[in-house]
Write a protein that binds this ligand. Structure first.
Ligand code: NAD
Length: 368
């Protein structure tokens, strides 16, 4: 029987609640498909930081390196710790540490999920957003500067208002040739494998950010030329955001730099019924990949037992697919689709009154 080692990081807020349901469903599907798991839990995040002054131990990456996959809930509690502690100290550190360059967000709505696009049906929409996940403006480069600092003097020459300001802040985005090429190539490879429209859309904002995004655009055209069988187009990110709503049926694979991908994927989550329904994963070619529902720790509903676990459950299915267990992934997705379409157990964000546990139980039961 194949056995997969999974490092489980439940995290903060609703993270532990939704991960518990994800694991419940995973175990049930594993029993059915004769797949076993070697699970180890790591209590990292803001809770850990409050006790140890660090969000995860210094050798966290060495520990995680030995696992087949990482399954993470969500980290961050803005009332208890600076925002750099959770997302920066855990999620971004793991993504960068294992070069998890492709953040993959499938956009495949299920009949029965909350529906916001009146002129389309769930069956018409099926695309994937690939967000570059290690570079861009998420490298924590920059700083805050005042008169007397060399950076202040340099920026002051750009515009008088900068020179008159008490303080300036710089946030540097880094786009490397390698980083752009590998994620764009991944997008074209995926379009080739998918049974879809054989089309890749890239998005930038090179009219306003010509250096970094100019490099991305150039590499996109170079990679596109290597895939004559895949159609491609390009859009400024503001126009693309509009098209996600006006023409979501036209997309197949969308590839975006880190910051734009981050924003666009919350928008694309709306197309599948909201953050509670959207799965996600960060893929690495050299170390373990990390699978996490894109939503955060949802402090506004934590402790109420009403977080929607479906995003975490579909994320577990995505993890199994990436580990080569397609049949098991399909079985989990079918069980979710059945429960959602029947409206049997839905949390309040989806118009129901079920608890997190009841939804997890219903999906586990639907697996049989
Ligand atoms: P959020 O995703 O936690 O919440 C946004 C809204 O969506 C809230 O109203 C919340 O109740 C709702 N929501 C989210 N997930 C839900 C679910 N499964 N079921 C029902 N409703 C759900 O975003 P936020 O409020 O901006 O961030 C809260 C914290 O989470 C912050 O500290 C942030 O940095 C962190 N965060 C972490 C990750 C991560 O760990 N990868 C991702 C995003 C945000």
């Amino acid at each position: 029987m194949p056995t997969y080692s999974i490092a489980v990081i439940p995290g903060d807020g609703i993270g532990p609640d939704v991960i518990a349901e994800g694991l419940k469903v995973l175990q049930r599907a594993g029993d059915r498909s004769e797949v076993a798991f070697d699970l180890e839990h790591f209590p990292w995040g803001v809770g850990y930081w409050l006790q140890h002054d660090v969000p995860m131990p210094p050798d966290a990456l060495q520990i995680l390196a030995g696992f087949d996959s990482i399954y993470l809930g969500a980290v961050g509690l803005p009332d208890k710790a600076p925002e750099t502690v959770g997302v920066g100290g855990v999620v971004l550190a793991i993504r960068a540490g294992f070069e998890q360059f492709a953040n993959v967000r499938p956009v495949q709505p299920m009949p029965g999920c909350p529906w916001y696009i009146a002129h389309r049906t769930p069956e018409e929409i099926d695309f994937i957003v690939i967000r570059e996940a290690t570079e861009g403006f998420y490298c924590n480069l920059g700083g805050r500067y005042r008169s007397g600092d060399a950076e202040f003097a340099e920026v002051s020459t750009v515009r008088p208002a900068f020179a008159e300001s008490a303080e300036i802040a710089l946030q540097t985005g880094v786009f490397s040739e390698l980083g752009c090429r590998r994620v764009i190539t991944y997008a074209f490879d995926l379009a080739q494998k998918r049974d879809g429209k054989k089309h890749v859309t890239s998005t930038t904002k090179s009219n306003a950010l010509p250096h970094a995004m100019g490099l991305w655009d150039e590499i996109f055209e170079q990679v596109a030329a290597e895939y004559p069988d895949i159609a491609h187009d390009w859009s400024h990110v503001d126009a693309l955001a509009m098209r996600f709503i006006t023409n979501p049926e036209r997309f197949d694979v969308v590839v975006a730099p880190n910051l734009f991908g981050d924003i666009l994927t919350d928008l694309s989550a709306v197309l599948v019924g909201g953050l509670g329904f959207a799965p996600g994963g960060n893929l690495s070619q050299t170390g373990p990949s990390m699978f996490e529902p894109p939503h955060g720790s949802a402090p506004d509903i934590m402790g109420k037992g009403i977080a929607n676990p479906i995003a975490a459950i579909l994320t577990a299915a995505f993890m199994m697919e990436s580990l080569g267990e397609q049949e098991m992934a399909g079985c989990i997705r079918e069980a979710v689709a059945k429960v959602v379409s029947e409206g049997r157990a839905l949390t309040p964000d989806a118009g129901g009154d079920a608890t997190t546990t009841q939804v997890g139980d219903a999906i586990a039961d639907a697996i049989g």
